[in-house]
Ligand binder design. Sequence first.
Ligand code: SAM
Length: 278
Amino acid sequence: MSSLPPLREVIARHGLSASKALGQNFLFDEQLLDRIAAIPGDLSGKAVLEIGPGPGGLTRALLRAGAQVTAIEMDRRCLPALAELEAAFPGQLQVVEGDALKLDHDELMQGQPYAIVSNLPYNVGTELFTRWLSGENWPRRWTSLTLMFQEEVARRIVAQPGTSAYGRLSVLAQWRSTARLAMKVHRSAFTPPPKVMSAVVHVEPKGMPEGVSARLLSRITEAAFGQRRKMLRQSLKALPGAVEALGLLGIDPQRRAETLSVDEFVALTRALGENQSA
Ligand code: SAM
């Protein structure tokens, strides 16, 4: 909305000096913010959950795209600036003061499906991401995740087998969803600029493979990548039946975790689960 004051002015007027403890690195470039808000597709009339709106740069872009935004912010200092946005987009924005790690997101969104879009605070980003992708029920209520990460973390999320970035996060993000690196963001786009480059990852759920427990898959990847330099027959030793399951599947136990495809991890989890329940 053209009547909104520039974000830098909002920050100055409300005295919003960036807090390191809260992982605050703000984005001011409205064109860049519009491009991020466009990644999930047409948001017009759609429910969106934003974590950490701060002074509201990304929030504005989501509102301009026509989304119905619920935003969770734990820094009280940002609330007056966000109240101005609520007034500028009547009925489109609901701000919730609180810690996103402690709130039930589905409940907050009143049971309706919603997209999650966020320039995450780095300190809680991976924790929230892991939670959104966990659990036996699939798909979840969220329809997509569009999230800013440090580029190194983003690369781990979308990594392919056989690369050093491939690990637990890659399997978690890819076994029942698609994950792509949607945009790289230069560190100089942020105020203050962080030490490292950033990137936006976009995740959409796909069908959940049958007969596979998310919890067991998590235990297998934890064991396998916990000792990623070791052969699977060694790293999976502590999981009863795992090495036998490798044999049944024709997976060479001398291989290392980073060579196993996501499908092979899924097959291993299914085989081990069937074995355990037999
Ligand atoms: N979205 C804004 C932007 O793009 O300019 C701000 C992004 S800044 C990287 C992260 C924001 O998340 C800050 O406003 C910070 O106060 C907020 N935050 C940090 N930890 C949080 C938590 N646990 N729950 C909710 N908000 C949090």
